[in-house]
Design a protein around this ligand. Structure first.
Ligand code: ACM
Length: 508
């Protein structure tokens, strides 16, 4: 007997057994939905409607069952069970989030045209009979998009979230502010977006001194950000907001010079890429500013975590500023350089008092105050050092998770972040748990994340070219743990047809 065909799934489910036969969805198929599971039914209908037009009406005796069962503790916060027979489809989970993950698996089990954006005719909407039990290996599977270097409209963010959800990514990290642009509206500080949201031009390509001569700008409205949060939540994704401080803050200082170290100086929103010397000052007004901004952030974003940057913060301006040197002395610090941790500690404590968990980039893994969740990017050793110190860690080594690096060294590759290539195999090989981690340190690794800095990615087409298929490899490892290259690449060959149906750009 030949074994039943296996539908290639990305990420790979923890346990799956395909069986002979199939189940068919048609215009008469009804859904039986238990209390609390309605949002999962809504998502299934929303996602399948454009291509299939299936109404999937509710009915007490429907053959498709979406059920919440608190007794299914083995499925954890995001797991689900899916049993497909010739006459029924049963999706069960302990949590609504688990059902939302299962909905994405149902999408992948259907014929590829189910993912299309327009009506597909004459396709039998069949799913293979199968038993699946699926739980993620790590609770944090993130993707960061930098909308500060290049702004993208809300409509694009909604699509990006949809693409993340298909891959069971559960954190969408939105990098909202940087030296080159401020995208988050804060009513008490309107110039942040009015002035800080625009730069006069942008540097073209890595290195060199060529500018495009074209102004770039944009900012979200509060209503748009609220819509993004709702759209993501309906797909089981948390939007993690990031407001950069005390470095990468040139746009804020351009808008409000008194927040910097030299109130007499007016700066432009930065037009270069790289690390900028401009930092926030350390006077009390700056902390009032940070609190006001973060209050607005907490109002808009329900995420339990709030990211406050902390990376690449030159201390030159503090060293040159009598006020900052006084501040360091007054706080009993060894010198102005210690203001970095002191600054983050104060702001982190403010977030903690408001019931949120501060997140920051690790520069070494040992410099951040306790209570911070650490995003380690420079070196896997930093992830380990932070975990050993008792921090929760998101391990996203830039050599494996930075999607702004070129995909290959080939001649057709568009200009990317200088410094190396991050190929699909590099992402696939990345294991967020460092090899030498003790069980205690390993337990501190929440997961991993992909990062797309957008200095050289101005358009959705470029963003998608850089994101896919590399994000598929990251999502696969984060959800399922390591796989062999042969296993991943053979599933990816099938999954590519889905990316095509979704019109994900294959070309830069
Ligand atoms: C970073 O890449 N500056 C976090």
């Amino acid at each position: 007997m030949t074994s039943p065909p296996r539908t290639p799934l990305v990420p790979r489910p923890a346990k799956v057994r395909f069986k002979a036969g199939h189940f068919t969805l048609d215009a008469d198929t009804c859904l039986r939905v238990t209390g609390g599971a309605e949002p999962a039914a809504d998502l299934l209908r929303t996602l399948l409607a454009p291509a299939t037009g299936l109404p999937l009406r509710p009915a007490a005796d429907g053959p498709v069952v979406l059920a919440l069962d608190p007794a299914l503790t083995g499925l954890g916060d995001e797991g689900y069970g899916l049993t497909i027979g010739p006459h029924s489809l049963l999706l069960r989970a302990r949590t609504l989030t688990g059902l939302l993950r299962g909905v994405q698996t149902i999408r992948q089990l259907l014929p590829v045209p189910a993912l299309a954006a327009s009506p597909q005719h004459d396709v039998p909407w069949t799913l293979p009979c199968a038993d699946l039990t699926d739980v993620p290996r790590r609770p944090w599977r993130g993707a960061m998009l930098d909308v500060a270097r290049h702004f993208q409209p809300l409509s694009y963010l909604l699509r990006y979230v949809d693409l993340l959800a298909l891959h069971k990514i559960n954190v969408f990290h939105l990098h909202l502010t940087d030296d080159q642009g401020w995208r988050m509206p804060v009513p008490a500080y309107p110039k942040l977006t009015e002035i800080g949201g625009h730069r006069s031009q942008s540097l073209i390509g890595p290195g060199g001194d060529r500018y495009d001569g074209t102004p770039h700008g944009g900012a979200y409205t509060r209503a748009e950000l609220a819509r993004l949060v709702d759209h993501a939540a309906a797909r089981g994704i948390t939007v993690l907001p990031e407001i950069e401080m005390p470095g990468h803050a040139r746009a804020a200082v351009a808008a409000y010079p008194h927040l910097g170290n030299r109130p007499d100086r007016t700066l432009d929103v930065w037009t270069r890429w790289g690390v900028c010397d401009t930092t926030l000052g350390v006077h009390e007004e700056v902390f009032n500013f940070c609190r006001t901004v973060l209050e607005e952030v907490m109002d808009v974003f329900p995420s339990p975590y709030v990211h406050i940057g902390g990376d690449e913060c030159p201390t030159t301006e503090w060293e040159q500023s009598p006020a900052a040197r006084d501040r360091a002395r007054g706080a009993g610090l060894a010198g102005p350089a210690a203001l970095h941790a002191w600054f983050l500690d104060r702001v982190g404590a403010f977030l903690t008092r408001h019931g949120r968990r501060p997140v920051a980039w690790a520069e070494t893994g040992t410099e951040l105050p306790g209570g911070f969740t650490v995003m380690a990017w420079r070196d896997p050793a930093h992830a380990l050092a932070a975990a050993r110190r008792g921090h929760d860690v998101i391990n996203s080594h830039h050599r494996a998770t930075y999607l702004d690096y070129p995909r290959s060294a080939g001649p057709g590759e568009p200009p990317g972040q200088p410094g190396g290539v991050v190929g699909l195999r590099d992402v696939h090989r990345h294991d967020p748990v460092p090899e030498t981690a003790t069980p205690e340190a390993a337990a501190r690794v929440l997961g991993t994340q992909a990062h797309l800095w957008t200095e050289y990615a101005a358009t959705p087409a470029r963003i998608e070219y850089l994101t896919f298929p590399r994000l598929c490899a990251l999502a696969d490892g984060a959800w399922s743990g390591p796989s062999t290259w042969d296993d991943f690449s053979s599933r990816m060959a099938g999954h590519s047809a889905r990316l095509d149906a979704l019109q994900v750009s294959r070309h830069p």
